[in-house]
Design a protein around this ligand. Structure first.
Ligand code: NAD
Length: 501
């Protein structure tokens, strides 16, 4: 057992990647397995960014025990004091934003401009939610019965299991962990194995900000092993998971057996509708960013463009030109517009969809192949890909590809556009480009999605506004915004009787 995570070591002149430990009960500890796994750079597949513990269920058990032991003192600490620790963490993140953004680019691939944005979301939300510690309001209402009054108070839930994906390696762990802690819960955090470094940084920073021992515990390792154990542990009061719909469905089933509270933020098949009165240049710029930014690996990425047939050819030609002008490469380089996919396995998965699209009869406009020229041969690169003449029921119009892959679906009317937009199992994000106020208001009413953008792409969150999807993009919970703290607490109703005089 060690009390601090060891720094990088130098052997025979070569910098060895740092080995990170689990963080349990306020101490950095190796896994009982004695095995580590590599966190590699998707732009240079041979570069190991750091090593992490391949943990077992025994490590998880120790983390849950530590979280349980820390719970009574943490929930007793006044909420404004809990908020002060979160504010300090947000300020530390801000002070180290550049350095942490570069580390995130190295483990995940997206350009530094984007990893700075990922961190900015964590910082802004930390500052926002810290203040909620002084605003943990309940209700005070009259009773219908004489000599009584009623109040509601918010209570923490207990130990929260937080499971995060790799595509927003700091923002998502922060936007779950901060409100869970603020509400007075203790936490076991299991990050995705492609990007545990950013979560480790978050844990180090919260520790430095003064979080008491055991309040936040960090265990790395495979979701297939640790996931079931965390999700089914009777000591866990709530699971908060962001990930694929497939994993979400399994987690929901397991939680359902024990009636465990579960918050799920899952996949998307997000559409931009381009009407015939749209400003096409604005629409193309927004779709190129929303579809190819983060290499298409955002839950809110634009993966379908439902375009009025009158402007479909013009729009598609302009979008293809924009895609072909993107500078693709290592996200650490200033000129890079689009980095690699998160790992080599994803290259094969995206390419399979290019083959499916062709077999289904859609027309490939650009891309449709991995990139391996020159320096790109070292990384997991895939060309920005556009298919047109896609129909609503094709697999490339229905399934989440999670790569730089856009399906253009021509339609004849607004009504058809809405029908197509709503025709998938997902309901995360949707956008419409039109100059008509009437069409804007109809779309706000008709689109079935948790997030709707007018004359903008399908991506972007603001920390003070709720974020989440409908249908199988989640289970109805929302993250961010003022309600974020409520998600991690429960209401207790108190009936007070005045003393008889
Ligand atoms: P994933 O579902 O493969 O993994 C997510 C997390 O779940 C990881 O930490 C993983 O280790 C863990 N996990 C895997 N199997 C598990 C199991 N059986 N039980 C419990 N946990 C398990 O997703 P990913 O590939 O990391 O992320 C991409 C997915 O996340 C996409 O579908 C994307 O749309 C979605 N996503 C959604 C949002 C949102 O807010 N709606 C945001 C980001 C990403």
């Amino acid at each position: 057992m060690t009390t601090s995570s060891p720094a990088s070591t130098e052997t025979q002149g070569q910098i060895q990647p740092r080995t990170y430990l689990n963080f349990i009960g306020g101490e950095w500890r190796p896994s009982v397995s004695g095995v580590t796994f590599d966190d590699t750079n998707p732009a240079h597949r041979h570069e190991i960014v750091a090593r992490f513990q391949k943990s077992t269920v025994a490590d998880l058990d120790a983390a849950i025990r530590a979280a349980e032991a820390a719970a009574p003192a943490w929930r007793a600490l006044p909420a404004p004091q809990r908020g002060a620790i979160i504010l300090r963490a947000a300020l530390l993140l801000e002070a180290r934003q550049q350095e942490l953004a570069r580390d995130m680019t190295r483990e995940m691939g997206k350009p530094v401009r984007e990893t700075m944005g990922d961190l900015q979301t964590a910082i802004d939300f930390g500052k926002f939610v810290a203040g909620e510690g002084s605003r943990a309001e309940g209700e005070t209402v009259p009773s219908a019965i004489p000599d009584k009054m009623c109040i509601t108070i918010r209570q923490p839930l207990g130990v929260i299991g937080i499971i995060t994906p790799w595509n927003f390696p700091m923002a998502i762990p922060a936007w779950k962990t901060f409100p869970a802690l603020l509400a007075g819960n203790t936490v076991v955090l299991k990050p995705a194995s492609d990007t545990p470094l950013s979560s480790a940084h978050l844990v180090e920073i919260l520790d430095e900000a003064g979080l008491p021992k055991g309040v936040l515990n960090f265990v790395t390792g495979p979701g297939s092993v640790l996931g079931d154990a965390l999700v089914t542990d009777p000591r866990i009061a709530m699971i908060s998971l962001t990930g694929s719909t497939e994993v979400g469905r399994r987690v929901a089933e397991l939680c359902g057996r024990d009636l465990r509270r579960v918050s799920l933020e899952l996949g998307g098949k997000n559409a931009v509708i381009v009407m015939d009165d749209a400003n096409l240049d604005e629409a193309v710029k927004a779709v190129a960013w929303a579809g190819f930014g983060t290499t298409g690996q955002r839950c809110t990425a634009t993966s379908r463009v439902i375009v009025h047939e009158k402007v479909a050819d013009a729009f598609t030609a302009k979008l293809a030109a924009a895609a072909e002008h993107l500078h693709i490469g290592d996200g650490l380089l200033n000129e890079t517009d689009m980095g690699p996919l998160v790992n080599q396995g994803r290259v094969g998965a995206v390419h399979e969809y290019a083959e499916i699209g062709q077999a289904e009869g859609a027309r490939l406009v650009t891309g449709g192949h991995p990139l391996s020229e020159g320096a790109l041969s070292e990384g997991a690169y895939y060309a920005p890909t556009i298919f047109t003449d896609v129909t609503a029921t094709m697999r490339i119009a229905q399934e989440e590809v999670f790569g730089p892959f856009i399906s253009v679906i021509p339609v004849a009317s607004y009504e058809e556009a809405i029908e197509v937009a709503n025709s998938t199992i997902y309901g995360l994000s949707c956008a419409i480009f039109t100059e008509s106020a009437r069409t804007v208001f109809r779309a706000m009413r008709d689109i079935n999605a948790g997030l709707i953008y007018i004359n903008a792409g399908t991506t972007g969150a603001e920390p003070h506004l709720p974020f989440g999807g409908t249908k199988q993009s989640g289970n109805g919970h929302r993250e961010l915004g003022r309600k974020a703290v409520e998600e991690f607490s429960e209401t207790k109703t108190v009936f007070v009787t005045y003393p008889q005089v």
